[in-house]
Structure formats: C-alpha cells, structure tokens
Design a protein around this ligand. Structure first.
Ligand SMILES: [Zn+2]
Length: 345
C-alpha cells in the first residue's frame, strides 16, 4: 500500500522475529504491535515485571557510546537506532516495539530484518494529520572531534553524508532523498562496521558477546573483514545515513529539510535532535492554539487584528472566510485605487 505522506500511519497487524542480542549474546524476540494516533514509538520490556514502556523521545536518551540507549527510570533499551530508522523511513509513526531483552536482535548488522518485519506487518493509514517540522533557517551542530551536522531548508527529507575513518581512510560520500523505497533498496542493507582498534578492548572485556563477523564488518588497517563481500562499494557511508535516520527519529515530528553530515556519530546526531526539539518548542509556543469556527464561519477584521500584529498598510487580510482543519484558511483582502502602493507621483 502506498503510504500517504500527510497522514499518520501504524502497522497493519502484529509481526515479529527472533535473533541474537549484540551485547549479551542471548536470544531475543522482537514483536511490533499497532498503536493509536499520536502514540509515537514506544519500546516495551516484556521480560520485566509490569512490562514497562519507554518512549522513543530525545528526553529519554541516556548514552550514545557505540549505540543509542534510551531509558525511563531504571529501565533501559540499547541499540535502538536501526529499528527506529526503519520504522521512521518506512512511514510508521505509531507502534509498540515489544522485546524480551534490553536490546533488539542485531540481525546481520543492517536494517534488513526490520524492513522485512514491517513489510510482513503492513503499513496502515490513520485518521489524523502527521506532524512536520519545516526547516526555515540553517541549523548546525558540531563536536570537538570534527563531526558536524548542518540542516538546511528543503521540501523533502534529504541526507548528504561524508564518512571518514581514522587517518581519513575509507572516506565516502553519498547524498539522497529518504523515502520508503530508497531506504529499503539503498540504506537498509548496509551493515554496521567497526574498527578493530575500537572493538579489541571490548572483546577482551567480554562486552560484545554477540558480536561476530555475522553481524558487523570489521576494518583492520586497510583490510575489510566480513562474512560476505561488501554489499555496496560505499557501504560504510550508507550505514552512517541509516544511523542518522534512526537518531533523528527521537525528535518525533517528520523533518522536511536537508541534513548535511560530516563524520557523523550518535553523539552529534543527538545534539542535532536536541537543537531541533528546542526550535520546535520555541516556534510552536509562538503559535498560540485557538479554537476557530468550523466550515463557513470566518473572522472579521477585528478578530483578524487580535491575531495578527500588522496594521494598515501592512495588514494584508481583511477577513477570513473559511478554515480547513488546522492547516489551511481562505481569506480576503480588498484593494481600492486609494491604496498607497497605487499612488503615482
Ligand atoms: Zn548502526
């Protein structure tokens, strides 16, 4: 089913799969459930008493080392970025991600298994408009390590990313519009990659019990070690784009804008989400909610002047003659020959 971009969507029916957890190496089952309008994405820990849920929101972000961890109270879920990226890019706004462990199955290190489960579940439209954030002015965040994200106005959601490894090895660049189709074909198959020097200490401490060449590409010097050949010549930058989509999903509203990323990572991605959340609450605070008369009812000039600060000759609305939902009005401005801009010297 083609997803309508203007309405919220959930999944059509529950669907799930099982696999290995990256950090503990234990078996974990994940199941997606439909959720009502304005619910957002929530994780449910079915293995804990009372089955607590965690809202996938930036306020619940706990750590960004190697993976994105969210939590509420003492409950945590780790490595949420790939499942969040897939839900967001495939057009799912509302769902419950139920798990019987503290992280989703890692699969083959890509988002392939999540795309698969969403396609089995189906994507279903709901009776409420989606929330969008339209980027109006450039925003940017950067880290001391040289990572930088810039967000520019665009009528689509685009990501242009430059990834570079140690000593600028494996520098790759890719730019694309993110749609369910481009995500499934171009981004979801790209696997996690790690640098040997980063994972060796973790392996020694036994912190990544489930980690193997089955679920990550290991880069050692100039050598690329993986179970199967690279799926794309630029697989690394594609995986970086996958992680950006997943981390930006913690924002909530859908972004219409162009993300330009240089050496991104979970830390700087989260900084951009925090900046977006601040900007969103600032701009939505400016728009004071009002109850408008439905249908034919409109606003006369006095009611218009209660809302708009502009005055003659800058007040370009004389009366409002109709409203459609929260997003469209029809208004009238009458002009006569005596208006100042028609005067000729
Ligand atoms: Zn990742």
């Amino acid at each position: 089913m083609a997803a309508s971009p203007e309405f919220q969507h959930t999944i059509g029916k529950p669907a799930g799969f099982s696999g290995t957890s990256l950090h503990t190496g234990e078996k974990v089952s994940l199941k997606l459930h439909p959720a009502p309008v304005d619910h957002g994405i929530k994780f449910r820990r079915k293995d804990l008493q009372d089955e607590p849920t965690i809202d996938a929101k930036i306020d619940n972000l706990k750590t960004v080392e190697r993976a994105t961890t969210i939590g509420e109270g003492s409950v945590r879920v780790h490595t949420v970025e790939h499942v969040l990226a897939t839900l967001s890019a495939m057009g799912v706004d509302n769902a419950i991600v139920e798990m019987d462990a503290n992280e989703p199955p890692i699969g083959d290190g890509s988002a392939h298994a999540y795309v698969d489960v969403i396609k089995r579940a189906g994507v279903a439209p709901q009776d409420a408009p989606r929330k969008f954030f339209d980027v109006r002015e450039p925003m940017h965040v950067e880290s001391r390590t040289g990572a930088m994200l810039v967000l520019l106005p665009d009528d689509k959601f685009r990501i242009s990313c430059t990834q570079a490894g140690p000593d600028n090895r494996f520098t790759q660049y890719l730019s694309m519009e993110i749609t369910p189709l481009t995500f499934e074909k171009e981004i979801a198959p790209a696997r996690t990659f790690v640098y040997y020097e980063d994972v060796e200490p973790l392996m020694q401490k036994n912190l990544i019990k489930g980690g193997s060449l089955e679920n990550a590409i290991v880069v050692r010097g100039e050598a690329v070690l993986s179970k199967e050949p690279l799926r794309f010549a630029d697989e690394f930058v594609r995986h970086k784009i996958l992680d950006i989509i997943g981390d930006l999903a913690l924002f909530g509203p859908r972004i219409r804008g162009h993300v330009i990323a240089v050496k991104p990572g979970h830390g700087v991605n989260a900084e951009l989400v925090r900046a977006l959340a601040r900007e969103y609450s600032r701009t939505s605070a400016l728009a004071v909610p009002r109850i408008f008369p439905p249908g034919e009812g409109g606003l006369d000039i006095n009611q218009v002047m209660e809302i708009l600060p502009h005055r003659f000759p800058f007040l370009m609305v004389d009366r409002v003659i109709g409203f459609e939902a929260d997003t469209k009005i029809t208004a009238v401005k009458s002009v006569s020959i005596s208006e100042p801009y028609f005067q000729v010297c």
